[in-house]
Design a protein. Structure first.
Lengths: 155, 141
């Protein structure tokens, strides 16, 4: 039989409704963007190469690997399995994207981010950066929500 | 919590490796691992000159740079106005002519992108990228 304290723990460990919605939104964005890039890795390798940060062979390796990493992290968020790992990888990826985008702008490179295939071809620097910052904000929100949830369940 | 986070991240990273490797095997003949442009798609200024009148030059640089100067007879076709300029280019193109696309220099990507779109979207054969771009052309003069 469940007492009130057990019930409290069960309620607190359950994902909160707003964070569940954000989970699905963030996961959907990454699964979509990963799928588009996985379908055309040649184009994505070219997009990575545009940043002039890594040599071409590394761009190719990343073009084959990163889309699937995004997809798996998105699935982890929806399934709530390997959840923290998925969130932390996404936070790291977005941070790297932001740094690379700003660095490209500072160096005067005219880049297409390639984040969403051809749909993002004509995005401006500010649109690109704005979306990355919003995504990073959402991922940080989810990490904090998860942290609070875990702390509550330990009480 | 940190060790669990790292463990989970490593599992996800390892899982993503599997389809990534599969895709790399599937696309192994469609992408060059050595350079962004396969050697067979690159052409030097001397080679392009040797083709004579059989070449149609495509300037992939922005409009302002094309207006300032360009290879004699070159047509402007850039990413910004692709939809607008492509019909004009197709009207000037004829089967059998080789297409040489150039942008500013060795480090620019516009020529590679335009050449890719000409092959993939416009389905044109014999599309080459000028090695060294406009800078190489100027040096050869």
């Amino acid at each position: 039989m469940s007492g009130p304290s057990t019930l409290n723990v069960q309620l607190s460990t359950r994902p909160q409704f707003p964070s569940r919605i954000v989970d699905v939104i963030v996961a959907g964005i990454f699964i979509y963007s990963g799928a588009i890039k996985a379908l055309d890795p040649v184009q994505f390798a070219s997009d990575i190469d545009n940043y002039k940060i890594v040599p071409w062979p590394v761009s190719v390796v990343l073009a084959f690997y990163l889309p699937w990493l995004e997809i798996f992290c998105g699935i982890a968020l929806i399934m709530r399995r390997l959840y923290l790992g998925g969130l932390s990888i996404l936070a790291a990826l977005i941070s790297v994207f932001i740094i690379a985008t700003v660095a490209a702008k500072v160096r005067g490179l005219d880049i297409t981010c390639g984040c969403f295939g051809h749909a993002s071809k004509n995005w401006s620097f500010s649109t690109h950066l704005g979306l990355d910052l919003v995504l990073l904000g959402l991922v940080i929100f989810l990490l904090r929500a998860r942290g609070q949830n875990s702390a509550a369940s330990e009480r | 919590m940190t060790s669990s986070l790292v463990r989970q991240a490593l599992i996800l990273a390892a899982l993503a490796l599997l389809p990534g490797v599969g895709e790399a095997i599937y696309f192994r003949h469609k992408i060059s691992w050595q350079s962004a442009i396969p050697p067979s798609e690159l052409v030097t200024v001397a080679q392009a000159h040797a083709w004579g009148e059989n070449v149609i030059w495509v300037d992939a640089r922005p409009d302002e740079e094309f207006a300032r100067d360009h290879v004699p007879g070159a047509l402007s076709l850039n990413e910004d106005r692709w939809n607008e300029l492509l019909p004009q280019f197709l009207a000037a193109w004829s089967p059998g002519r080789k297409i040489v696309v150039y942008c500013s220099s060795l480090s620019c990507n516009a020529s590679r992108e335009i050449a890719r779109r000409l092959r993939k979207q416009a389905q044109l054969p014999d599309v080459f990228v000028l090695e060294g771009g406009w800078e190489a052309w100027l040096k050869s003069k």
